[in-house]
Write a protein that binds this ligand. Structure first.
Ligand code: G
Ligand code: G
Ligand code: NA
Ligand code: MN
Length: 254
């Protein structure tokens, strides 16, 4: 109840905002885009979705948080575009309540069009749980409309659920994000290395591109590059940062 009230207050105070974490190409070393991660400010400081589980479990609040994130992200992308900041793309996370709304896909396409942004400048991240448990006609349709319009879909946290790649191929997913639990286990656990190598190979054979999350060390990065992973994200490159820090970050990147 407390979390719900403080999330509502944050929405009313306009204190919900995206932080941005870069995605780096393992081939070129360039930043190709950013994931937008929700943060909200309250008296105790800056808080993240792990404190907000209850708010995301409330469908109405989850949708309000999601649409606030969309408008904040689009506004940031516009500012960067006007200033010539080469941000690449932004990936927005979307949960089941948002994906079930009949106007979800159209709302995104309208927001992009209104801001004069291209559809390939935005991506949507969904968790495999959404496609396993909640893959209603509405969700499938939303993903088809978005990907058909040029908004790429990423499958987040891959490997934490029980989704098979053949099942996932029924959805218009372009990117597979290998969950950070596999990446962080790779050094200590040879099985995790075998799994990551196999998942990347299978994904590529099925026409999916791969992103590794939670990359913290140089040796994880070298292993991932060696097995052909396309992109990586993690504290090795940068922690999620405020929109205002993005231009400086990009200017200082190699
Ligand atoms: O940033 P942090 O580690 O707290 O993120 C925790 C989880 O919350 C991640 O799994 C992330 O995908 C999810 N998350 C972050 N921002 C959003 C958002 O805007 N919407 C939704 N639905 N989930 C988000
Ligand atoms: O579930 P999702 O993958 O969207 O969660 C992303 C969350 O993981 C963000 O809250 C972000 O702060 C956190 N994160 C990003 N990179 C790293 C990393 O290298 N190590 C750890 N431990 N957490 C990370
Ligand atoms: Na995510
Ligand atoms: Mn993830």
């Amino acid at each position: 109840v407390d979390v719900l009230r403080s999330a509502k207050e944050a929405l009313n105070r306009d204190a919900v905002l995206p932080f941005y974490q870069p995605k780096v190409s393992l081939q070129t070393g360039k930043v190709v885009g950013f994931e937008a991660l929700l943060r909200w400010r309250d008296a105790s400081g800056l808080r993240s979705p792990s404190d907000l589980q209850e708010a995301f479990a409330d469908p109405d609040l989850a949708c309000r948080l999601g649409s606030r994130m969309l408008s904040r992200v689009v506004a940031d992308m516009r500012v960067w575009t006007e200033r010539g900041v080469p941000f690449g793309h932004v990936a927005l996370n979307a949960g089941a309540p948002e994906l079930h709304r009949a106007d979800f896909a159209d709302g995104i396409l309208q927001a992009l069009a209104h801001a004069g942004l291209r559809t390939d400048q935005l991506e949507i991240e969904v968790t495999e749980g959404v496609l396993l448990d909640d893959a209603t006609v509405a969700v499938t349709r939303a993903l088809k409309v978005l990907s058909g319009a040029g908004v790429a879909i990423s499958l987040d946290d891959f490997g934490t659920g029980y989704a098979s790649l053949t099942h996932l191929k029924r959805f218009p997913v372009s990117w597979l994000k290998i969950d950070r639990s596999f990446v962080s286990n790779m050094e200590a656990d040879k099985d995790a290395q075998v799994i990551v190598r196999a998942v990347i190979g299978l994904a590529h054979n099925l026409g999916l591109k791969t992103v590794a999350e939670g990359v913290e060390t140089r040796s994880q990065l070298d292993f991932l590059a060696d097995v052909g992973c396309k992109l990586a994200q993690g504290y090795l490159f940068a922690k999620p940062m405020a929109a205002a820090e993005v231009p400086t970050f990009l200017a200082g990147w190699r």
